[in-house]
Design a protein around this ligand. Structure first.
Ligand SMILES: [Cu+2]
Length: 155
């Protein structure tokens, strides 16, 4: 029984480990980065952004920046000195709350004329995923072992 109990403990540990929510890092524009004439709407399409995930903006900081704006400012490509501006060239933004987030480039006409604008919808943090198939099959096999180990006791 001792080894079966150890196996069961191991299986439960594996399931617990696999249910730790995984945060995702997104590089905006992937290999292209944050630059002019790239369709960030298309880039964001189909991606699921969740609280805890991180956006990375990679760009030449002499040519671009990242301005956090609201929906109206996003539509109009207008913002004020009150808007937060990131300008390191390698900026990370960890998504802290649900809802829409808007980012534009504040340089020249990059927002209005060169597509440097990104809107995403942030969803709740990832729910604990179902056990992965490997952990699941491990668990099943451990139950199998347990039953085999226990069955003789009741036989
Ligand atoms: Cu720009």
């Amino acid at each position: 029984m001792a080894s079966a109990a150890r196996l069961a403990f191991f299986a439960v540990s594996m399931v617990l480990l696999s249910s730790v929510a995984m945060a995702t890092d997104f590089t905006v524009g992937d290999g292209t980065g944050w630059t002019v004439d790239f369709n960030y709407t298309a880039w964001a399409e189909g991606k699921v952004f969740r609280v805890g995930d991180t956006l990375w903006f990679n760009y030449e900081n002499t040519k671009h920046n990242v301005v956090k704006v609201n929906g109206t400012q996003f539509q109009e490509c207008s913002f004020t000195s009150n808007n937060e501006v990131l300008s390191s060239g390698k900026d990370s933004i960890t998504l802290k709350a649900e809802g829409k987030k808007w980012y534009v480039c504040g340089v020249a006409n990059h927002c209005a004329a060169r597509q440097m604008k990104l809107v995403i919808n942030v969803e709740t943090a990832a729910p604990a995923p179902a056990p992965t198939s490997s952990a699941h099959s491990l668990l099943s096999s451990v139950f199998g072992v347990l039953i085999v180990a226990i069955a003789p006791i009741f036989a």
